[in-house]
Design a protein around this ligand. Structure first.
Ligand code: ADP
Length: 466
């Protein structure tokens, strides 16, 4: 990758919903012409109306539109886009898409295909991180995943252990094993699920932590060899490995530990010559104050706004600058964080009936303070709603059920939580079931308020939350 400056004047956003709107917003602030793409289901969607131009790319199923590499490349070429922003999900971590952009001389706003490929296998990622000196959980991520070897390794590490598909994601195919007698059956079923979900049945093994927190570090690297971290986030409140509430900074960490984790994340990024926005995810054991590399996401995360609120930075603008070949806007010592921010994900789902995705016409929508959409926290801007919907839209089940994110900032965690409760109570949406009441119950739960976080929070408090 050369170090020459290539200004981006026309940016195609290869995504939909709130993240497409979020990217369009920052690109327009930079004077860039934005080009949306849309499927049949999204003809009248908010991101289409917000963009300067819009191109139809195909039928509603994502495989025929937002996941169709050839259609997106054609759209970029036909609209004379200099660059493509992939958002998150869809093709954002797809090595073939990043390579196709490169082949057609279109800037991909993200890391190079090699860095992306290095992190796409959990086993390869762990091997790289081990060499780079990033702390790993005791485990085995080598070639020999025969039952004999996994049994020997599990006994060496000590039960409980967790089996994971090497090429996995989305929490699929993972098995927790509490004793040796359960291992044979767990290996068989994990391999079966891995094969059908990821086309590869290779497994890795690691120590299972019984009460961890999910803590991740936002990193950023430019094409000139600079790499920084922008504080951390706690994303422990998850349902079936799906994050629901995220906050920054992660509560209860000492400054020394925060710095250590930040530096470990930077080391991880540098080990693969990373460029752009990335997130290094750790499991954190609060009793021992120890942290372990879990994986690296090579894209902008859903939860990036909490980091923007406490640092006052616009990470989409950072991404665009870096993709143009410019240096990072700040050095490590210039990055500060102030106060606390919490994000709640608003899903179209029926919390009373198994959390099934909901659909229907949004016949009424009133989003409080939504006109105050801006990045970074100031004394007048303590609430932010990143939304992909408007009144009159029809929510379908073709895509991810997340409709919007509600984010609040406060001088401390308590005031951020009050702000968030207040804005959620004023958010009104009619016509489609949502998880708003469920979110409010989580935020009001005494253990959550106390900051007693773990990845089992939802399971442990299920009865109180229903
Ligand atoms: P995926 O890529 O499929 O989402 P991850 O490796 O990121 O899988 O793990 C997803 C979640 O599973 C984590 O956020 C955590 O809640 C849980 N988890 C993963 N590994 C462990 C472990 N070793 N001990 C305890 N929990 C784990």
């Amino acid at each position: 990758m050369g170090n020459s400056l290539t200004p981006i004047r026309r940016l195609l956003i290869a995504n939909r919903g709130e993240i497409a709107c979020r990217v369009i917003h920052s690109a327009q602030l930079m004077g860039i012409t934005t080009i949306a793409v849309y499927s049949d289901a999204d003809r009248h969607a908010r991101h289409v109306r917000m963009a300067d131009e819009a191109l139809y790319i195909g039928p509603s199923p994502a495989l025929d539109s937002y996941l169709a590499i050839d259609k997106l490349i054609n759209a970029a070429k036909n609209s004379k886009a200099d660059a493509v922003h992939p958002g998150y999900g869809f093709l954002s971590e797809n090595v073939a898409f990043a390579s196709a952009c490169q082949q057609h001389s279109i800037i991909f706003v993200g890391p190079g295909p090699d860095a992306m490929a290095a992190m796409s296998s959990k086993s390869d990622a762990k091997a790289i991180m081990e060499t780079a000196g990033v702390p790993l959980l005791p485990g085995y991520h080598g070639e020999d995943d025969s039952l004999t070897n996994l049994t020997a390794e599990a006994n060496r590490i000590g039960f409980p252990v967790i089996l994971k598909p090497a090429l996995g994601g989305g929490g699929k195919g993972m098995k927790i094993v509490y004793q040796q007698s359960e291992l044979a059956e767990a290996v068989l079923s994990a391999k079966r699920e891995a094969k059908s979900a990821f086309g590869d049945d290779h497994l890795l093994l690691e120590k299972y932590l019984t009460e961890p927190r999910h803590i991740e570090v936002q990193i950023f690297a430019d094409q000139h060899g600079h790499c920084v971290y922008l504080s951390d986030r706690d994303c422990s409140v998850q349902r079936r490995h799906q994050k629901i509430i995220e906050e920054a900074p992660a509560p209860g960490l000492s400054d020394a530990l925060r710095q250590q984790m930040g530096e470990a994340a930077v080391q991880a990024a540098q080990a693969i010559d990373y460029v752009g926005a990335g997130t290094v995810e750790f499991l954190y054991d609060a009793r021992q104050h120890t942290y372990f590399f879990m994986e690296m996401n090579t894209r902008l995360q859903v939860e990036h706004p909490v980091t923007e609120m406490i640092t006052g930075q616009d990470l989409v603008q950072w991404q665009i600058r870096v993709a143009e070949g410019k240096p990072l806007p700040l050095t490590q010592s210039e990055i500060r964080h102030q106060g606390h921010a919490v994000e709640a994900r608003l899903y179209a789902e029926d919390t009373q009936h198994g959390f099934l995705p909901a659909s229907g016409l949004i016949h009424f929508l009133s989003e409080p303070d939504s006109e105050a959409f801006s990045v970074g926290a100031t004394h007048t801007n303590r609430v932010r709603i990143d939304s992909g919907i408007t009144q009159g839209d029809t929510v379908t089940t073709y895509y991810d059920p997340m409709l919007a994110k509600v984010i609040a900032w406060g001088e401390d965690r308590t005031s951020a939580l009050h702000q968030l409760q207040s804005v959620l109570s004023r958010y009104q949406l009619g016509g489609v079931a949502t998880n708003i009441n469920y979110l409010q119950r989580i935020l009001a739960h005494p253990s959550f308020i106390q900051g007693e976080l773990s990845t089992h929070f939802i399971e442990q408090h299920q009865d109180a939350l229903q």
